[in-house]
Structure formats: structure tokens, C-alpha cells
Ligand binder design. Structure first.
Ligand code: APR
Ligand code: PHB
Length: 397
């Protein structure tokens, strides 16, 4: 297939994950042109297994973008989560604690497929296997993005560049030396994540604190479960045969022995490290960072995808404001506007992570503090409302 290589555009978007694809869709709807450059192939991008919980604001943004048809048909609304700890179960009810807010189960990979299909149907530029290797001129009148495609070098001139290229992308590196700071925390555990052809045993997500480590029962559909176990950093998934995974999930999630998961063939198995990271500021001249390129959260709070969506919602609105008024005011406020929400999600993800994960060697004092915090959520409407408000997400700025 012959592919054209536009020489110039208004916004060059690096990366076709949820952040880049949704930004491109929102810009297109506002009449702004952009080119999306993605280093991997389409199959890889569409098959990558990621999280699956969407906040209310994420769903609303996708609807406004005209990208929620399948989500509205196949997404599963959830009105709460279950916390298991110390032999107890406690359900946190979202709508009653947040004035009607809820979340949806809809896999990030499905959202990516929907957005790729829309962009291609619109006939708008989206190049796969087109890695960007340089971003230049972010403090000049126009900038230049250099990339390779089908063995040839290409140059794209643009007014703005948005780095939606994840933690290891080039955009973060293009920020001026000394002009940016990264704040980080690495956790002493990872998650073993599995997908199984088995109906979820419970109709909501179950988060379990146990002496054996954290476990989470999630889902992708009425017939597919998504399950996670806390494991040591550097753990090899090959050391986890299916039987061992199911037994360990049952031991952690159904500690009282009366509750069992539905077992079925495991179709995917991988180990995910846990990290918190924020790069400030999220804008340098004509370069903007969005999604994982600017921040990473551990998956416990299910915030990664939602932060990526809220960043690009703010940015798309700022570009639309520039187009209709000629004012760069909202673009200048982008970093500060997003970072407020980012740090809230960082704190929530940190708190969920450190409250629910246990280490065999951890002092008994620390375990008692974790249990006290979980007991507080179970007994205080204020603590429960705080969790529910953070989980369902603050309204988008
Ligand atoms: N040139 C072009 N594309 C690149 C480059 C590059 N130099 N480097 C990385 N990319 C691409 C990656 O291949 C990837 O497809 O950028 C994309 C980044 O996408 P994601 O990692 O999905 O990041 P983002 O869109 O910010 O979505 C955040 O993903 O990691 C999860 O938990 C996270 O759910 C959150 C979501
Ligand atoms: C998921 O379904 O992948 C998932 C759900 C909730 C989380 C993390 C991951 O907190």
C-alpha cells in the first residue's frame, strides 16, 4: 500500500496509544489537522494487554469524541468494588457516596481498536512502524519531527508536538536539559497478570489484602476474567503454572475457604513492575507531554488510562480555544491544570498500593496500620466517600 508522508501539519502526535489516538480524534472533531506517528505495527498496538477500568469522565470524553458506540454496547458499568481483608468483606458503593458516579469495565485494547478504526475511516494520517527519533525547534516559531518509515527518513514540520509516546519515548528526552524534573518511586513488588477464559466469580472487582500478598479479581467480559497476584520483582511467569496461579488466587481472595474462582484456560500471563513517576512541567515551548510520557502510576488504583484521557481532553480543548480565539492562554495553563489532577491520582494510587500489598518480612506494625486503614474505609462514610470519589475520578478540569 502506498502511504503519503505529509510534510507539514498543525500538531505532530508521537505515539498511537490511548493518549495519542484520542487526542487525534478530538483535534479532528475541532477541525484541527494532525499526524500520528507510531513506532510499532498496528497488530502490536491493538493486541497489547493493558488495564480495563474507565472513570465516568473518561467515558463521557469518549462519548463527546464520538468514539463510544461499542463501549456503550459492550462496556460493563460497575457501581462498586469489594475490599477483602482480615477475613472480612466490605463493599464500597460508588453512586451513593459520590452523587451518582460509577466506572465502566472496558479494556484499553478495545478502546485503542475503536480509535484506530475511526482515524483510518476518516482518512486521517496515522503511520505505523514510523519511529520518531528527533524533535527539534520547540522554542522556535515552528518545530520539526524526524522519523523513519519503510526504511526512509522523513521530516514533518509542525506548529506543536505532543509526546504521547510513553515512559520510554523520545518526547521526554527532547525537553531542555535542566528544564525538567522527574519525581519517582519504585515499589518492592510486581503483579503477575493473567487473562482466563472463565466467567468472573463475582460481578464486581475484588481487591484483597492478605498475609500471602495482594490479589485482584477483575474481568474483561461476562466470560473472561482478568486476575492479578502480587509477586516479587523479577519473578519469572514460567515459575507460575496455571494450577499454582489458581490455588494462590483462591488462597488470597477467598481466605475464609468458602469462596472460589471459576477456573478456565489461561490465555495470557505476564509480570508488570510497579512504578510511580511524574515529569514536570508537562510543557516546554511547543512541546507537550501527555499520558505515560508525563506520568506513570502503579496499576492498583486503575488510574493510568484515565490520566492519559484527562490530559488529552484538557489539551484538545486548549488547541480548540487557540483555533477559535487565537489565544494560547489555555495551552500555557496545560501543565499546571493537568498536574493538579495527576498528583491527586498519584497519591491515590500510592495509597491503594501501599495499603493493600504486604511483604512477608514487613513489621507487624505496618500490617496493623494497613488493616486499620481498611477498617476505617469499612466503618466511616467519610473514608469510604474519599475512596469512592478518587476511584470514580475527579471531574475533568
Ligand atoms: N516514535 C513513535 N512512537 C513511539 C515512540 C517513538 N519514538 N516511542 C514510543 N512510541 C509509542 C509506543 O509504541 C506506544 O504505542 O507510543 C505509544 C505510547 O502508548 P502507551 O504506552 O499506551 O501510552 P499512553 O497512550 O500514554 O497510554 C497510557 O497506557 O501504559 C498504559 O497504564 C497506562 O493505561 C495507561 C495508558
Ligand atoms: C484490570 O482489569 O486490568 C484492572 C482493574 C483494576 C485495577 C487494575 C487493573 O485496579
Amino acid at each position: 500500500m502506498t502511504v503519503s508522508h505529509p510534510r507539514q501539519t498543525t500538531v505532530a502526535v508521537i505515539g498511537a496509544g490511548p493518549a495519542g489516538l484520542l487526542l487525534a480524534r478530538l483535534l479532528h472533531r475541532s477541525g484541527l489537522d494532525c499526524v500520528v506517528l507510531e513506532s510499532r505495527d498496528r497488530d502490536y498496538v491493538e493486541q497489547r494487554q493493558r488495564a480495563g477500568i474507565m472513570e465516568q469522565g473518561t467515558v463521557e470524553t469518549l462519548r463527546e469524541a464520538g468514539a463510544a458506540d461499542r463501549l456503550d454496547r459492550e462496556g460493563i458499568p460497575h457501581d462498586g468494588i469489594e475490599l477483602r481483608f482480615d477475613g472480612r468483606s466490605h463493599r464500597v458503593d460508588f453512586p451513593s457516596l459520590t452523587g451518582g458516579r460509577r466506572v465502566w469495565v472496558y479494556a484499553q485494547t478495545e478502546m485503542v481498536k475503536d480509535l484506530v478504526a475511526l482515524r483510518l475511516a476518516d482518512g486521517e494520517p496515522l503511520l505505523f512502524e514510523a519511529p520518531v527519533h528527533a524533535v527539534e525547534g520547540i522554542d522556535a516559531d515552528r518545530c520539526t519531527v524526524r522519523y523513519t518509515h519503510q526504511g526512509r527518513e522523513h521530516t514533518l514540520t509542525c506548529d506543536y508536538v505532543v509526546g504521547c509516546d510513553g515512559y520510554h519515548g523520545v518526547a521526554r528526552q527532547a525537553a531542555p536539559r535542566g528544564g525538567s524534573r522527574t519525581f519517582e518511586r519504585v515499589y518492592p513488588y510486581s503483579w503477575l497478570g493473567v487473562t482466563a477464559e472463565a466467567p468472573p466469580a463475582y460481578d464486581e472487582l475484588v481487591y484483597a489484602h492478605s498475609d500471602r500478598g495482594f490479589a485482584l479479581a477483575s474481568m474483561r467480559s461476562p466470560s473472561v476474567s482478568r486476575l492479578y497476584l502480587q509477586v516479587a520483582n523479577g519473578e519469572d511467569p514460567a515459575d507460575w503454572p496455571d494450577e499454582r496461579i489458581w490455588d494462590e488466587l483462591d488462597a488470597r481472595l477467598g481466605a475464609d475457604g468458602t469462596w472460589h474462582l471459576n477456573r478456565g484456560p489461561i490465555t495470557a500471563k505476564s509480570v508488570l513492575p510497579m512504578r510511580s513517576s511524574v515529569t514536570e512541567p508537562m510543557r516546554h515551548g511547543r512541546l507537550f507531554l501527555a499520558g505515560d510520557a508525563a506520568h506513570i502510576v502503579p496499576p492498583t488504583g486503575a488510574k493510568g488510562l484515565n490520566l492519559a484521557v484527562s490530559d488529552v481532553a484538557v489539551l484538545a480543548r486548549a488547541f480548540a480555544h487557540l483555533r477559535t480565539t487565537g489565544s494560547t492562554e489555555q495551552l500555557e495553563a496545560y501543565s499546571a491544570t493537568c498536574l493538579r489532577r495527576v498528583w491527586r491520582a498519584e497519591h491515590f494510587s500510592y495509597l491503594m498500593t501501599t495499603t493493600l500489598h504486604t511483604d512477608p518480612g514487613q513489621p507487624g506494625f505496618d500490617t496493623r496500620l494497613q488493616l486499620s486503614q481498611l477498617d476505617r474505609v469499612a466503618t466511616s462514610p467519610f473514608a469510604a466517600a474519599d475512596l469512592a470519589e478518587n476511584y470514580t475520578g475527579l471531574p475533568f478540569a
